[in-house]
Structures are given as structure tokens and as C-alpha cells.
Design a protein around this ligand. Structure first.
Ligand code: RUB
Length: 318
């Protein structure tokens, strides 16, 4: 898929879900590097940075996107020739895609350990990582049942019930507002993540925080399945992650909204679940309490104090 087509597909949510977005961006950068004709290194860098900026601007919340772009583009300044630079992009992109797929497989096994025989599981949105845990539990022979939410306004829950159905997992499909009515029947709730803050707070599909709150009240375990590249290094410096707000027409058709001049539709796509409402985060490098997020950022995303010093130096104008 060409760069503008991939960017458009991410923006319009034809490609969606933090992991898929990250892999699509990595593949688009790889293909772009392969297609660029320039033999001039500086020009190649300018073109690649332009491509990275285009992809980065498609959706603002999933940190997997800038993390994937960083993983593909890193080391580019350590070479001086176009062919070396092209090779670095291709190698990095393929390594990222492979490790991302491997991460989901590892999360599946560790997440399945959290699921017991006979468990009833609530899931929200359509998370590849969360679903992988459920599917693995079923593959291990555990008798499980799932409650899947509808996920207004995009109805990602329909994708989820198709996946669960294809694995012959007994599933109940509920509207988002029915979560509290059923939460006492659940053994655990499991969702994915678009971003994990350094303090362990998690950003995921709108409604996740209500589920976590209900789960907390009902003493139901709340688990997040998240690859390490969903953790947000820049939150170590106190940076905030922007919650995407999409057009109101996704919630209320324009022909109705136009007749209601005093009504403004709000359509935030994600929300933030405080770490205190999350029991565990299942990553490909282990199952951690949310409070251990800084060690993931330091040890697995290579974010260290020298980077802070570099940023502070720039800040002081040295
Ligand atoms: C998708 C969403 C998913 C996370 C994790 O939102 O909130 O739960 O991205 O997904 P949208 P995954 O549909 O708006 O992209 O585990 O597949 O990376």
C-alpha cells in the first residue's frame, strides 16, 4: 500500500487498532524507502521525514504510531549513503513488524494464564492483544464465555463478535451501557491499550474507564493487554497524550443535528483509566502491575536519562 493510501486508511479508520496502525505505518515507511528514487542522502532523509510526519499526523492518540515510526527511522543519521539508509529503514521496519506479531503471541500465552476454566470475560472494543488472550485460553481447552460491548459509534464490537464466533467461543453481545448490569457475573475484564502513561494510567477506547470503575466496584479483575510499544516514553517528562475527538456526525447524522442548533455532539474516541483501577498489564515481556510502567519505558523502549539531558540542553538553548 502506498504512503498516501496507508495514511488515508489510518485517518479514516479502515486500518484501526493500535497494533495494526503501528505495523501499517512501518510497512508504509519501508515501501516508501524502497520506492524513493533519490540518490542524494539529504534528500532521502527529507523525504523519509516528510513521510513520517504524514503518518504521525493521521491519528493523535495511539502511541504505537510514533513509537513504530521511531523504531523504523532510528539509526538513519548514523550513515551517510542513500543505500545504507534505505537498508536501515527496510531492516528496521521488518524487524518491528515481526516483533509486533511475536509480542501479540507472547501476550496471548501470558494473558491466557489469567483466565481460568469456566471464566466469564468482559471485553471492550476490538483489541487484537486482548482477543489473543481469550482465543489462547479457548485453545488451551478452557470453557469460557465472553461478553462483548457494542462500542458506539463505530461498532468495533461487531468485529470482535465475528472473531469470537469464528473460534466457537460462546459470546453475549451487549450495548455499552449494559456493562454495570452484568459486571457482577464477570470473572475478569480485559481490554487493549492505545497508550500507557509512565504512571500506569491507560488510554483505550472510550468507555474503558467506565468498565474499569464498574469492575473495581464489583471486585472484578481488570486486565490490560498491551505490547511494550504502547507505552509512552514522553510521559516520563510529564507530556500529556491528546485524546482524539472525531466529528459529531459519527454519532448523530447531520440531517438531525442541523435541526438542533443548541445541541453540540461530543465524540471523544478514547478515555483514560487511572492506574488504580487496573490490576495487571500483560506485556510481551511479562505481566506487570501498572506501577511498573517506568521500567518498561526504560528497559524496553530505550528511554534513558541522557535523552532527558539532551532535551533539557535544547530547552536551555545551550
Ligand atoms: C481501538 C482500541 C483498541 C486499542 C488496542 O480503537 O481502542 O482497544 O487500539 O488494540 P480504534 P490492539 O478502533 O479507534 O482504533 O490490541 O489491536 O492494538
Amino acid at each position: 500500500m502506498s504512503l498516501p493510501i496507508t495514511a488515508d486508511a489510518i485517518r479514516s479508520m479502515k486500518i484501526r487498532g493500535a497494533g495494526r496502525i503501528a505495523r501499517a505505518a512501518a510497512a508504509a515507511l519501508r515501501d516508501h524507502a524502497m520506492a524513493l528514487r533519490s540518490q542524494d542522502y539529504d534528500n532521502f532523509l527529507i523525504e523519509m521525514n516528510r513521510a513520517a510526519d504524514l503518518l504521525n499526523a493521521t491519528r493523535p492518540t495511539a502511541v504505537s504510531l510514533p513509537n513504530a515510526i521511531h523504531a523504523v527511522m532510528r539509526d538513519l543519521k548514523s550513515v551517510t549513503g542513500v543505500e545504507d539508509a534505505r537498508r536501515i529503514v527496510i531492516t528496521n521496519a521488518e524487524a518491528f513488524i515481526e516483533s509486533s506479531e511475536m509480542a501479540v503471541r507472547r501476550i496471548a500465552v501470558m494473558g491466557a494464564n489469567q483466565i481460568g476454566d469456566g471464566d466469564c470475560i468482559l471485553t471492550h472494543c476490538n483489541s487484537e492483544a486482548a482477543l489473543a488472550c481469550i482465543i489462547e485460553a479457548k485453545r488451551q481447552g478452557k470453557e469460557i464465555e465472553v461478553f462483548a460491548t457494542e462500542v458506539r459509534p463505530w461498532n468495533q464490537g461487531r468485529l470482535t463478535i465475528e472473531v469470537l464466533n469464528s473460534h466457537e467461543i460462546p459470546t453475549h453481545y451487549i450495548v455499552d451501557s449494559a456493562v454495570r448490569a452484568f459486571i457482577n457475573d464477570m470473572d475478569l475484564a480485559i481490554a487493549g491499550a492505545d497508550a500507557v502513561y509512565a504512571n500506569g494510567d491507560v488510554i483505550n477506547k472510550i468507555g474503558t474507564s467506565q468498565i474499569a470503575l464498574s469492575a473495581h466496584e464489583a471486585r472484578t479483575k481488570m486486565i490490560i493487554a498491551a505490547e511494550t510499544y504502547k507505552f509512552a516514553p514522553r510521559t516520563m517528562m510529564g507530556e500529556e497524550i491528546r485524546i482524539e475527538e472525531r466529528p459529531g456526525s459519527e454519532v448523530l447524522p447531520d440531517e438531525i443535528a442541523d435541526k438542533l442548533p443548541y445541541v453540540r455532539v461530543r465524540n471523544p474516541v478514547f478515555d483514560l483509566t487511572p492506574a488504580e483501577y487496573i490490576d495487571l498489564i500483560v506485556t510481551e515481556v511479562g505481566v506487570i502491575p501498572p506501577q511498573a510502567a517506568p521500567s518498561i519505558i526504560r528497559d524496553h523502549l530505550g528511554w534513558n536519562i541522557s535523552m532527558f539531558e539532551e532535551i533539557f540542553r535544547i530547552g536551555r538553548g545551550d
